[in-house]
Design a protein around this ligand. Structure first.
Ligand SMILES: Nc1nc2c(c(=O)[nH]1)N[C@H]1C(S)=C(S)[C@@H](COP(=O)(O)OP(=O)(O)OC[C@H]3O[C@@H](n4cnc5c(=O)[nH]c(N)nc54)[C@H](O)[C@@H]3O)O[C@H]1N2
Ligand SMILES: Nc1nc2c(c(=O)[nH]1)N[C@H]1C(S)=C(S)[C@@H](COP(=O)(O)OP(=O)(O)OC[C@H]3O[C@@H](n4cnc5c(=O)[nH]c(N)nc54)[C@H](O)[C@@H]3O)O[C@H]1N2
Ligand code: SF4
Ligand SMILES: [Mo]
Length: 872
């Protein structure tokens, strides 16, 4: 057993992990107590990484179409496709679409090949969908894409404004650090989000801003602070350029942000009273057609009040992916060159000389939405997709799919064999997975950490940078891509940041340049730019001054009576994006088993939706089906669906058929959070669910969702007309029950001696519960029987309940200890529990990773408001 210190695979918090390898693709995960991002903490996703490192579903060999191929054959084909396409149609007919889930070394190699050797800037990244508005806002205000804060600032602030951030779910360890600081110093927390998220429930103040009301809100706050004489005129005079007539354009108009006077006054009082203020912003700000303006409206407030560059202050754009920041540094965005440089002739000359490149690009390349449009128009004819799943995650995803289907050559590098995007690939290249990768990532606070390999490569998988370098060599650029390790790539990148920099840009990694192999291997986490890059009050714009940017309140989106609602989209606590990895974890799949449509009771009533049944969501671009959850956490007129489900996990629950391609004019970032939509009930003639060890082929034309369970799958089903149920069931001993009156059929199948897996004879192989008009039993207990090693009685299996009835746990809240909502409500009521700690002492819930603590706090709060909740 060896213990290896590495970094989490998932979010931009960048937690350190201490991984103890216990066997072949077996690992025990713990937080690294010495890592400065998390000091030992991990959330539910990080804690369950061990469930995602097995080889199931991995892409193990290069594939050309459906045929396994050798690396030489596959890379010869890719190289020939690039050179032929460039020869015939020019360099801009070739494009890469990459990802914040690549390591810095991978990203550097891809950017160098495209911009310096193919000679086009058509390399864009999924960070376009994620951070590009923040990047643009930083560039406008500071002259460089520099995040001015570190996590320490969150702990030293008296007031934290969370704008469009569901921190408790999406950056849970940052949330835990904020909570711990609040415990110590009484930090006030404000959540600005149209939804009452679990984060908002824990805040001192929830400001339910109207969709895209943020510019109006921050402009109003700035105007209000001016009235209160709280503008730091000295700071502005010395360090900030303010455009002419800036102040005349500002009004105090919280109503334009959908906010009432009382909430605005409460917010303004907090802002006025708290010089130590951090504004943490995420996708509710960035993913908008006015996302760059939102970023600048936030930064304007901080500059004007001098709340930047001092401990406990600053506008803090938090990154999503583990290496979103590293990608920005190397130049992964089509409108950035490398090392935070643009495309002025000087910049191009600088890059050309450093890379010694034969054909430097001439100007910015295509941003993601335009890139796929160019694929559709036949202008881009070769596309290499690395570490992202655009067939799911791009807006107007069916358009993107149609474009991919037309593209003469699509190459996909992924660690997973079958993704929605991989289905469009002519060539698939197997990449190392998280537990095999070796390199560096930069987190939200500019901290560079090592990811280290725990296992040897799976199958023939290779590092992304090495694959890129091999193609470059085949193109005749061997000298420029002659690295033999990720350490050498990192060294070259560090030297590039320092090349002719002379203090002009904050990004300067020269302290890391020249590391030996062993020094790189041992590299301890370290932040570039220090705690506070603008502590010296010197900004990157020529002249060293920051800039206030005049931003206008956007015009309200015109309402179309056919699409009267606003569709908002985002994340669940325990799933990561398109579920290619978290979806492998039975535990993480417990928290939300189906994609839900969250809708306010008034809208549910008006549209005839019932809680727990299905609804169709329509937009001008497509329609999808979701399970209805009626909740007053939504504002009336607005609905929310998750982004995670794909064609692999559902028949019709894909979110991104719905949002259109509208994007921010400056950053190109799509407005995923505000689309016109309509909803209506969707009723099948029958419904049911299947619990099974092996997943069967599911018919077209029905609703289904599939989630992993211990030992198999849980599949929800609903449809119209008839269905051949027997086709869903495996071979085995069958026990059946019918109820003709309700059209109910229940079938339990037990494994036969020749069962292929290690299931013992008589163990559960599948159980199907089907009805036309009756009720369906709870799923929990029966799904749990898949992993049971003993035979369970037929009566219990058909009833889907144990012979000795156990209380229904309800939806799982704590995935670490499998504790359900009803169990927690029951314990709160019966045992008089009054705190999250007391619930933990009684049930263990919330005592491991802590990701469910906000949910437990909500159950406690609800109990204190209502009569004790009914228990089952
Ligand atoms: N569990 C989990 N964690 C993750 C990820 C994941 O997939 N799963 N992904 C990672 C990545 S890549 C990212 S980018 C981050 C994203 O992290 P977040 O940005 O926190 O997540 P989202 O759920 O996309 O959106 C945040 C909130 O924005 C709100 N919002 C919508 N419209 C508006 C608006 O107009 N104004 C304001 N103020 N708010 C609005 C939404 O209601 C939502 O609650 O999470 C990272 N962490
Ligand atoms: N509606 C809606 N859509 C959204 C968003 C939203 O809030 N709402 N958020 C957007 C945001 S912020 C983001 S970041 C995107 C995320 O969207 P995607 O990037 O498309 O989502 P992932 O599922 O993370 O895809 C990563 C892929 O890379 C593979 N992979 C992982 N590690 C490696 C590696 O080291 N090498 C290689 N080659 N492959 C690897 C994984 O198996 C997976 O297939 O979604 C965007 N789309
Ligand atoms: S907060 Fe969770 S997902 Fe994010 S890096 Fe830390 S452990 Fe990983
Ligand atoms: Mo993201």
């Amino acid at each position: 057993m060896t213990t290896i210190r590495t970094t989490c695979a998932y979010c931009g918090v960048g937690c350190g992990i201490s991984a103890t390898v216990t066997g072949d693709h077996a690992v025990t995960i713990a937080g690294d107590a010495a890592h400065p991002a998390n000091f030992g903490r991990l959330c539910s996703k990080g804690s369950h990484l061990g469930e995602t490192v097995r080889l199931d579903g991995r892409l193990l060999h290069p594939m050309i179409g459906d045929q396994q191929a050798g690396w030489d054959t596959a890379l010869d084909l890719v190289t020939r496709a690039i050179t032929d396409t460039v020869a015939e149609h020019g360099p801009d007919s070739v494009a890469f679409y990459v990802s914040g889930q690549l390591l810095t070394e991978d990203y550097y190699a891809a950017n160098k090949l495209m911009k310096g050797y193919i000679g086009s800037a058509n390399i864009d990244t999924n960070s376009r969908l994620c951070m590009s508005s923040a990047v643009a806002a930083h560039n406008r205000a500071f002259g460089e894409d520099v995040v001015p804060c570190s996590y320490n600032d969150l702990e030293e602030a008296d007031l934290i404004l969370l704008v469009g951030s569901n921190t408790a779910w999406c950056h849970p360890v940052i949330w835990q650090r904020i909570e711990a600081a609040r415990e110590r110093r009484g930090t006030k927390i404000v959540v600005i989000d149209p939804r009452r998220t679990e984060t908002a429930e824990q805040a001192n103040l929830h400001v339910p801003v109207a969709p895209d009301g943020d510019v109006a809100l921050f402009n109003s706050l700035l105007a209000e602070m001016r009235v209160r004489k709280l503008i730091d005129e000295d700071y502005l005079g010395a360090h900030v350029d303010v455009p002419d007539h800036f102040w005349q354009g500002l009004t105090i108009s919280p109503a334009l942000a959908g906010i009432d006077e009382a909430a605005f006054a409460a917010l303004a009082d907090l802002v006025a009273a708290s010089p130590r203020m951090v504004t943490l912003f995420s996708q509710g700000a960035n993913q908008s057609v006015c996302g760059t303006d939102k970023g600048n409206a936030i930064i304007n407030l901080h500059l004007a009040m001098g709340r930047i560059g001092r401990p406990g202050t600053g506008p803090f754009s938090i990154t999503g992916q583990p290496n979103a920041m590293g990608g920005r540094e190397v130049g992964g965005l089509a409108n950035m060159l490398a090392c935070h440089r643009g495309f002025d002739p000087d910049d191009l000359d600088w890059a050309k000389r450093f890379w010694n490149s034969p054909t430097i690009c001439s100007g910015p390349g295509l941003k993601a939405v335009d890139l796929f449009r160019a694929v559709d128009e036949g202008k881009v004819r070769f596309l290499w997709i690395m570490a992202t799943n655009p067939a799911v995650s791009m807006p107007d995803a069916n358009f993107v799919r149609a474009a991919l289907a037309k593209c003469p050559m699509v190459v996909v590098s992924d660690c997973i064999a079958d993704t929605d995007t991989a289905r469009f690939a002519h060539v698939r290249l197997p990449a190392l997975g998280w537990s095999e990768k070796d390199g560096t990532v930069t987190n939200s606070e500019r901290l560079i950490s090592r990811q280290r390999a725990l296992f040897p490569p799976a199958g023939e998988a290779r590092a992304d940078w090495a694959i890129v370098a091999d193609v470059a060599r085949r193109m005749g650029h061997g000298d420029a891509f002659a690295w033999s390790s990720s350490a050498e790539v990192f060294d070259e990148f560090c030297r590039q940041t320092a090349f002719e920099n002379n203090g002009a840009r904050k990004l300067d990694l020269s302290v890391w340049a020249g590391l030996s192999g062993p020094e790189y291997d041992d590299l301890a986490p370290r932040r570039w730019g220090g705690d506070s890059p603008f502590a010296d009050r010197r900004f990157t714009h020529p002249g060293g001054r920051a800039r206030m940017i005049a931003v206008d309140v956007p015009h309200a989106r015109e309402t179309d009576p056919a699409f009267p609602l606003t569709l908002n989209t985002g994340r669940y606590r325990d799933q990561w994006h398109t579920m290619t990895r978290t979806g492998l974890s039975p535990r993480l799949s417990q928290h939300r088993r189906e994609p839900l449509l969250e809708v306010h009771p008034l809208d549910a009533e008006a549209q005839g939706l019932s809680d727990g049944r299905l609804a169709a969501v329509r937009t001008p671009h497509g329609h999808s089906l979701f399970r209805v959850k009626v909740t007053d956490a939504q504002r009336p007129g607005e609905v929310f669906v998750p982004m995670h489900w794909t064609d692999r996990t559902s028949s019709a629950g894909r979110c991104n058929l719905l949002p259109g391609p509208a994007h921010d004019p400056v950053s190109g970032q799509p407005g995923f959070k505000n689309s016109p939509a309509a909803v209506e009930p969707w009723r099948g003639d029958w419904r049911g669910f299947l619990v099974c060890a092996e997943r069967p082929a599911l018919p077209d034309g029905i609703y289904w969702t599939a989630v992993q369970q211990d030992g198999g799958w849980l599949i929800e089903l609903e449809g119209k007309g008839t269905i051949d149920l027997d086709a869903l069931l495996p071979e085995g001993d069958r026990i059946e029950a019918f109820d003709a009156a309700r059209g109910t059929r229940r079938v339990v199948v037990r494994a036969l001696p020749q069962a292929q897996d290690d299931r013992g004879v008589g163990q559960l192989a599948a159980a199907l519960y089907f009805t036309r008009s009756g009720a369906l039993p709870p799923r929990d207990w029966i799904a749990g029987q898949l992993a049971e090693m003993t035979e369970t009685g037929a009566g219990a299996l058909l009833a889907a309940r144990p012979a000795e009835p156990e209380p229904d746990r309800g939806p799982i809240v704590c995935v670490c200890f499998n504790v359900g909502e009803y169990t927690i409500r029951d314990a709160i009521a019966r045992q008089g529990l009054e705190s999250v700690e007391a619930v933990g002492a009684a049930l263990n819930a919330g005592t491991n990773c802590g990701s469910c603590r906000p949910a437990i706090a909500r159950l406690l709060a609800e109990h204190s408001i209502h009569e004790p909740a009914a228990t089952i």
